[in-house]
Design a protein around this ligand. Structure first.
Ligand code: DNO
Length: 386
């Protein structure tokens, strides 16, 4: 696999010069300054491709070319937005950037409750506390019918939490779930959102009456519309699985399990319609065996996110080591079947001063560098075994 790294553009504190020194071959990035739904102009794309080329690397993957909410819930402006999306894809194709990651998750791009959960060794990681997440749903968002969506065990943990909750802890939860995890990747929220909870409620309202079937049909509609452009320019689209791979806030989900992936790949059977195999997102659901899924869907996997989660009793989950044997198996599968697939590490720990640098949540420098070293070691070992 090609060793890539998610870089957040010229304003990223982690520079291309640094990345070249640590063995990165390809860059994963986006035109973060262009609002969701607007066309990505060819000149803007080319500025980035040549900046990366000047540093001895290539722009391997777009992550993400965002799909606007109106495409997901089939709002009146969806055809216009899809036309814009097609122009952006064509421009990317002309500039030679041919792997495009996106997701089709309503409202939320990914979810964590804790961004600096302490590890025994003094590092920290992202963490998903199911009870805190349910607390946010029931007591902060006050979503109608929320309580009925949670099991008895989680509800009793929520009750225990409620007794010791403080306004400060509530603020931190809102900040983690809505601002810090979404602000840098999801055009719906900005870092200085005045009333994030109200905004969140309004976004949820857009999906009233949209069930899983409707969401699936809207995804099929979107893919049918863009596939001709993908064929013309040789672009591989790679949907990112839902993170976490289970229902949240009563919203329909799209890529959470084997059955979903099978539906998705068969709905539009073109080779350009493929997956971002994010072992991390899929492994956060105890129902998924990532090694089995990796093997089954290797042929339609155009991009790999190398990380893995451990599900704990009660449904919490944490990011596991990049040397977890399940991740080694996933890497082995892709090394054998698709050697040219770009791979990036993801959600590494904060360590050795990362915590003071203000990096985007999950995107530390030292932690990711160590993780890349680990995954590179796995790849080199597998190569010598061939
Ligand atoms: C979080 C990421 C996601 C991912 C998007 C892809 O760290 O895995 O933000 O990039 O969902 O569209």
């Amino acid at each position: 696999m090609e060793k890539t790294w998610r870089w957040f553009g010229p304003a990223d504190k982690i520079t291309l010069t640094m990345l070249r020194q640590i063995g990165v071959e390809g860059i994963v990035t986006a035109l973060h300054h262009i609002p969701n739904g607007e066309v990505w102009p060819l000149e803007e794309i080319e500025k980035i491709t040549s900046m990366i080329a000047d540093h001895g690397m290539r722009w391997s993957v777009v992550e993400s070319l965002p799909v606007c909410e109106a495409i997901k819930y089939a709002g009146p402006e969806r055809d216009l937005l899809i036309e814009n999306y097609k122009v952006s894809l064509a421009n990317l194709g002309k500039a030679g950037v041919k792997t495009v990651c996106y997701n089709f998750m309503p409202v939320l791009d990914w979810a964590r409750t804790d961004l600096e959960y302490p590890n025994p060794d003094g590092t920290s990681n992202l963490y998903f506390n199911r009870a805190e997440f349910a607390y946010f749903d029931i007591h902060i968002l006050k979503r109608e019918g929320a309580r009925a969506d949670w099991d008895a065990d989680t509800l009793s943990r929520v009750e225990a939490l409620r007794r010791k909750m403080t306004p400060e802890k509530e603020r931190r939860l809102i900040d983690n779930i809505v601002i810090k995890t979404q602000g840098f990747v999801n055009g719906n929220f900005s870092e200085n959102e005045e009333n994030p909870v109200e905004k969140f409620r309004n976004l949820l309202k857009l999906y009233e009456g949209i069930d899983k079937e409707a969401l699936r049909e809207n995804l099929r509609y979107f893919l049918d519309a863009i596939m001709p452009v993908c064929r013309e320019y040789g672009i591989n689209m790679c949907v990112h699985p839902d993170d976490p791979p289970m229902p949240v806030f009563g919203l329909p989900r799209i890529v959470t399990c084997d059955e979903d992936i099978e539906w998705f790949l068969n709905a539009v059977p073109a080779p350009h319609n493929g997956l971002t195999f994010c072992a991390g997102s899929l492994s956060a659901g105890a129902h998924n065996d990532v090694t089995v899924l990796a093997r089954k869907y290797a042929e339609r996997t155009h991009f790999v996110h190398a990380r893995i989660c451990t599900v704990l009793p009660g449904g919490d989950f944490r990011e596991s080591s990049h040397l977890d044997p399940r991740l080694i198996d996933v890497v082995r599968t892709f090394e054998t079947l698709r050697p040219e697939v770009p791979m990036r590490v993801d959600h590494a720990p904060l360590m050795l001063g990362d915590e003071r640098m203000g990096y985007n949540a999950g995107y530390s420098f030292h932690g990711r560098m160590l993780a890349l070293g680990m995954v590179s070691g796995i790849m080199a070992t597998i190569n010598t075994e061939k």
